[in-house]
Write a protein that binds this ligand. Structure first.
Ligand code: AMP
Ligand code: GLY
Length: 417
């Protein structure tokens, strides 16, 4: 099977890594990719938001499957263009990707499907904003309606800050605050059959102890030893299957990866958000644990054949990933700094620990930083403690001037707290 992956982050590196280990994959291509992906796939230049260009590339390569990683191309309808050319594609249509592209749309789907989520108001005027903030009280949760790379959400006890963020957006969703730990649960679906993956937990804040601003995600781990063993089953019944059924019912079937961002509150599981693609960095740990070869699963979803697929198989191992970010991330990051120590990780820590690249590019002989999140250092182990130790040992070998990472990824879970 010839596979083309679209995207350039550590999520795409994780996807490419798994695909490169799949004996059914005879050729692996990625566009635009990054310096790490280049080690496992052939890279191509493409405007990932241009459906015609992606389709032309897939045709030229004779791709049997196109996997679209990030949300922006999905929302722009890139999967529609590829599908219209008769090439199987893993990823939802532009219309279905609105489940991530518009928070208001997602709320509407959830209401129709009876999916538990925070109560919310959609506001477009300062008066509506004030009314909604007043109705819920502090802490305030204010979400830009559109795509914002995980940075459009402000959670604050400060009424003025909440008001200011709300009034800077064209349309906002203001909602009830949900307490309790967060879980990311992914499901692969062809629009009818839903196949849940293993749950993971992401660390959204920039600094240790969940301090600092929201980011795209600073680390993740899986499994979740503290979670109810019935969690996946419950979320399948109350969230994933009803949502997929509702999307089909309204004529916008969702195929690809449905990401449920959940809060485990004292009153039960609630959906915080849906995404229309694999999560980053959770994918790095979920795929590290998946034993079933990946390509066949993605192809079955793309072709509508998931019902015929055998059960997914998982390793007993735990996995941890630690994101190494540029100086000043999540603000405008400094880029172009050389990264060293990658060879040492490959020589000393493989196969249990390895570096997935996010914002990197090759500059002559050097690998340099090229984005906010630069690397996703991933490790597996017999339990979270071992996976964590291995991940941080590898992080310590990597040198990037001015870089930052959290030191507490999976720490509480490893201690059994
Ligand atoms: P989102 O982009 O919707 O995932 O929001 C980003 C982050 O903001 C989430 O991961 C949560 O940590 C936080 N958040 C979003 N909605 C709520 C809510 N209703 N209550 C508490 N925290 C929230
Ligand atoms: N890790 C959060 C996300 O992928 O949206």
């Amino acid at each position: 099977m010839k596979v083309l992956v679209i995207g350039s982050g550590a999520r795409e590196h994780a996807l490419c890594r798994s695909l490169s280990l799949d004996p059914d994959v005879t050729a692996l291509h990625c566009a635009p990719g990054n310096a790490g992906i280049a080690e496992v796939a052939e890279l191509h230049q493409v405007d990932a938001l241009d459906g015609a260009a992606v389709t032309a590339l897939a045709q030229r390569l004779g791709a049997d499957l196109v996997v679209v990683g990030p949300e922006a191309p999905l929302v722009a309808g890139v999967a529609d263009a590829v599908r219209a050319a008769g090439i199987p594609v893993f990823g939802p249509s532009g219309e279905a990707a609105q489940i991530e592209g518009s928070k208001a749309f997602a709320k509407d789907v959830m209401a129709a499907a009876g999916v538990p989520t925070a109560r919310s108001y959609v506001c477009t005027t300062p008066a509506e904003v004030d009314e909604a903030l007043d109705a819920f009280g502090a802490p305030y949760v204010v979400k830009d309606d559109g795509l914002a790379a995980g940075k459009g959400v402000v959670v604050t006890a400060d009424l003025d800050a909440a008001r200011e963020h709300a009034n800077s957006c064209e349309r906002v969703v203001i909602e009830e605050f949900l307490d309790g730990p967060e879980v990311s649960l992914f499901a692969i679906t062809d629009g009818e059959t839903v196949l849940p993956l293993q749950p993971a937990q992401d660390f959204k804040r920039a600094l240790d102890g969940d301090e600092g601003p929201n980011t795209g995600g600073m680390g993740a781990y899986s499994p979740l030893p503290w979670a109810d063993p019935k969690l996946v089953e419950e979320v399948m019944e109350t969230v994933l299957q009803p949502t997929v059924d509702e999307m089909r019912r309204r004529g916008t079937p969702f195929s690809g990866l449905l990401y449920a961002g959940l809060a485990i509150t004292s009153r039960g599981v609630r959906v915080i958000e849906f995404n229309a693609r694999f999560g980053d960095p959770e994918t790095q740990v979920v795929l590290a644990r998946l034993k079933t070869p990946l390509a066949g699963v993605l192809l079955a979803a793309a072709k509508g054949d998931l019902a015929d697929l055998e059960r997914l198989r998982w390793r007993d191992d735990a996995a941890v990933t630690v994101v190494v970010a540029s100086h000043n991330y999540p603000g405008t990051p400094r880029t172009g700094d050389p990264i060293t120590g990658l060879d040492e990780v490959a020589a000393e820590d493989a196969p249990h620990a390895y570096v997935l690249h996010a914002g990197t590019r090759q500059d002559g002989d050097a690998v340099v930083s090229a984005g906010g999140r630069v690397l996703s250092v991933t490790a597996t182990g017999k339990d979270l403690t071992q996976a964590r130790d291995r991940a941080y040992q590898a992080v310590a070998r990597v040198k990037l001037d001015g870089s930052q990472h959290r030191t507490d990824i999976a720490a509480k879970a490893a201690e059994g707290a």
